[in-house]
Ligand binder design. Structure first.
Ligand code: ZN
Length: 433
């Protein structure tokens, strides 16, 4: 068991209802640790040993420590994760008032477990774009902490066989949250006026927004021995946190290889966006960090690199163990779980697995392995996209959890210590064989 306290992780989860907030929280930690922010539109010339980070689109972030040797000689040690989680997003013209209730329309973002959003005390967070007095566009971050929304379940008396047949929610009809009862002056532009009040701006100056719902109940520790963490967005802020912890813990130590943590938005919707894992973000970064104009520096650096794709794994569920492959039952707090899939839904192969095995054996870190049941379709991660893009050996690994994609998930209070320790072993490893 490691001695790490999860309080910083809990604060990070609570401070990060959306990828905008997660990136902001990560930036604050990086700045406090002496990392310098670079802008993509400027030219870069980071010195060996320098510590930098860059943000794209406000929701994807990469932080790195430039190696003492050029990447074409010593390569990159990359850990990738994602900042987004499935949720409900507010529609652009949201007002939808029915039968005397104030409501608004929502879209489903990613593979949300819809029923988990019902009967929770919800609120809104994200980015609102506002026209300023000078005519410029200003982004206003919104994190309205007080609960003010609810998606009520239908009473069992009106849905008699729900316990036998399961709860079926139609995404268009059954998800609009309620936030009040209609009064005469609420009927026009209700949502815009509400946002204007929250942000102290004029409703007509709101140009657009990227807003989602979140559960206002704070992250918590539970279990007889405080062994569980329960919170929204464990998938995958848990891994973002571990990747950054590992980078920061050894930030004072120099190494020949360039160490990088990269947290992408939009994994849950396929990664094909401006700042997603299938965008130019990572390739462009690695090209720019090959500072010397040596011939084929980028290609040579990739050939000396490795990626860990860090994303949560499915712990065996005691009440549904038949959903798991019987030889592979990952346990919460049982250490990192290597994820393997013969169809390439995970990017792990025997070579990358062997390297991680070595790291964990040397660090006396418990290690687990996961494959899906052969008759069930397998999920995926950023791993295969980045591996294919860069052509670097890749390992998919994550901490075991339950209730993945629920509004409130359940993971281990000790695994993040193991994960961080394993990532430190990876970052500081100059040889990959
Ligand atoms: Zn994930």
């Amino acid at each position: 068991m490691t001695s790490e306290s999860p309080s910083q992780l809990l604060s990070f989860l609570d401070a990060s209802p959306t990828p905008f907030h997660a990136v902001e929280a990560l930036c604050l930690r990086l700045k406090a640790a002496g990392f310098k922010e670079l802008e993509e539109q400027e030219s870069w010339n980071p010195l060996p040993g320098s510590r930098c980070f860059v943000v794209r689109g406000g929701t994807s972030l990469a932080a790195w420590i430039q190696g003492t040797e050029p990447p074409s000689d010593s390569g990159f040690r990359l850990i990738g994760a994602h900042t987004d989680s499935p949720n409900l997003r507010i529609k652009p013209q949201p007002d939808l008032n029915q039968h005397g209730y104030l409501q608004f329309g929502v879209e489903v973002y990613g593979g949300a477990l819809l029923s988990s959003w019902a009967d929770r005390d919800l609120s809104v967070a994200g980015m609102v774009y506002v026209r300023s007095e000078s005519g410029k566009i200003e982004g206003h971050m919104l994190h309205h902490r007080d609960p003010f929304l609810r998606i009520p379940l239908l009473a069992i008396h009106l849905n008699r066989d729900v316990n036998e047949k399961g709860l079926v929610l139609n995404a268009q009809n059954h998800l609009p949250p309620i936030y009040g009862l209609e009064a005469e002056d609420d009927l026009n532009q209700g949502m815009h006026r509400l946002l204007a009040e929250m942000l102290k701006v004029e409703a007509e100056d709101i140009l657009s927004f990227d807003l989602s719902l979140f559960d206002t109940q704070p992250a918590a520790i539970l279990g007889k021995n405080q062994e569980f963490i329960v919170s929204g967005r464990l998938d995958n802020l848990y891994s973002c946190f571990c990747a950054l912890e590992a980078l920061l813990k050894d930030a004072e130590t120099e190494s020949p290889q360039t160490r990088m943590a990269v947290c992408f938005d939009h994994e849950e919707i396929g990664s094909m966006t401006t700042q997603g894992a299938r965008s130019s973000f990572i390739t462009s970064l690695l090209r720019r960090l090959n500072l010397e104009n040596a011939s084929q520096a980028f290609e040579r650096s990739c050939a000396r690199s490795m990626l860990i794709s860090a994303d949560m794994a499915h712990a065996v569920h005691p009440n549904f163990s038949e959903k798991h492959e019987p030889q592979h039952f990952p346990q919460i707090n049982g250490g990192p779980v290597i994820k393997i899939n013969a169809q390439g839904r995970y990017a792990t192969n025997g070579g990358s697995e062997a390297i991680f095995e070595q790291i964990c054996r040397e660090g006396e870190i418990p290690l687990q392995k996961f494959v899906n049941r052969t008759d069930l379709a397998c999920g995926s991660t950023i791993g295969p996209y980045v591996a294919g893009n860069l052509g670097v050996p890749t390992l998919d690994v994550g901490a075991a959890m339950l209730s993945m994609h629920s509004v409130r998930e359940m993971g281990g209070a000790f695994d993040f210590g193991w994960m961080t320790q394993a990532f430190r072993g990876f970052y500081t490893r100059s040889e990959l064989d």
